[in-house]
Ligand binder design. Structure first.
Ligand SMILES: [Zn+2]
Length: 187
């Protein structure tokens, strides 16, 4: 099975967040997407949207997790939701070092920005993205050490990252669908 043998229309842009996951898993996702029931399935699994909807609430939430697991990591100058973060390019948030000249010295300031879309997800999915961004304070690359740190902070990290990718997939599919949802939607 080479890349070239795959029909060009599959897996399609709707599964762009899920490349690399097993085909049989993606087939199930496709079915749920076609039924328009992926978001409901995830909501049943993870619960209603969390309540950390403001930057202030997010700051407290992130600080709490950082205090428990990453006490020695560099302080964060800013923690905020960012509605301008492009979900496609920055599906898993954005971590940045902002360099500023201060008194002749360049001072690196750490910021955590979370895509605005995570304002409306169940709490476990917010936790996943926060853990992901916190881990980047110590590990820059998405390597073995990085994921080990993520799992240290959240043992179910891998499942939650997959489910967050499903969530993004479902939200985009819903936005792309004509108003009224799937034509055959009943029950
Ligand atoms: Zn990352």
């Amino acid at each position: 099975m080479t890349e070239a043998e795959r029909p060009p229309s599959r897996p399609g842009p709707s599964l762009q967040y899920l490349s690399g996951y097993p085909a049989e898993l993606l087939a199930r996702v496709d079915t749920l997407l076609a039924q328009g029931s992926l978001l409901d399935t995830l909501t049943r699994r993870h619960g209603p949207p969390h309540s950390m909807r403001t930057d202030g609430a997010l700051y407290g939430y992130v600080s709490d997790i950082k205090g428990r697991f990453m006490r020695s990591a560099v302080p964060l100058s800013r923690i905020a939701y960012d509605n301008k973060l492009h979900v496609v390019r920055n599906a898993l948030g954005m971590h940045s070092v902002v360099s500023r000249v201060q008194g002749g010295r360049i001072k690196a300031k750490r910021e955590i920005r979370i895509a605005g879309l995570f304002r409306e997800v169940p709490e476990p999915l917010l936790r996943m993205i926060v853990v992901h961004e916190l881990a980047h304070l110590k590990e820059r690359m998405h390597d073995r050490a990085f994921y080990a740190l993520c799992r240290h902070m959240e043992p179910a990290y891998d499942q939650l990252e997959f489910d967050a990718r499903l969530w993004l997939t479902a939200v985009e599919a819903q936005a792309a669908r004509p108003a009224g949802g799937p034509a055959a939607g009943s029950g």
